[in-house]
Design a protein around this ligand. Structure first.
Ligand SMILES: [Zn+2]
Ligand SMILES: [Zn+2]
Ligand SMILES: [Zn+2]
Length: 142
């Protein structure tokens, strides 16, 4: 998500650009991995913007409803968000430190074709996430 393009797109649709809205869009334009509401709050605090959690939730819901963000479920009971403009990808989630990385090559399209040929089921989308130990955590434990 590009900061300037997104802000002008919001303005074109008649939405106000509040300080919080601008900062949330900025955070997602600078991060290509999913962020939870808590992580968005932490990043705002880093730039000395203290925002009520309810306001952050409302802003995330607004950007979600308007198609700028998508929801990502990586852990039970926790929803994260990422830009809807990112190319199709999967996530590598480190179970030790929580770091997330993206994998952009998808091997599932072949499986989708196969499922359609054999069962007539048309797959519209899929999610596939990987859980394990990142290189840094693996180094620390050996
Ligand atoms: Zn992602
Ligand atoms: Zn790790
Ligand atoms: Zn895929």
């Amino acid at each position: 998500m590009n900061l300037d393009i997104t802000l002008s797109s919001l303005q074109d649709k008649g939405h106000r650009i509040t300080k919080v809205r601008k900062e949330v869009v900025k955070i997602f334009s600078e991060n290509t991995t999913p962020l939870s509401a808590n992580q968005v709050e932490e990043k705002m605090l880093q730039v000395c913007l203290s925002v009520n959690k309810a306001t952050i939730y409302r802003e995330l819901q607004f950007l979600l409803a308007n198609g700028y963000l998508v929801e990502v479920y990586l852990r039970p009971n926790e929803v994260s968000y990422e830009s809807s403009e990112l190319k199709h990808h999967h996530h590598l989630v480190c179970s030790t430190c929580g770091a997330i990385d993206n994998v952009t090559n998808c091997l599932a399209s072949e499986l989708e074709d196969d499922v359609f040929k054999k069962r007539g089921f048309r797959i519209k989308q899929h999610t596939l996430e990987f859980y394990g130990t990142c290189a840094e955590c693996a180094r620390k434990t050996t």
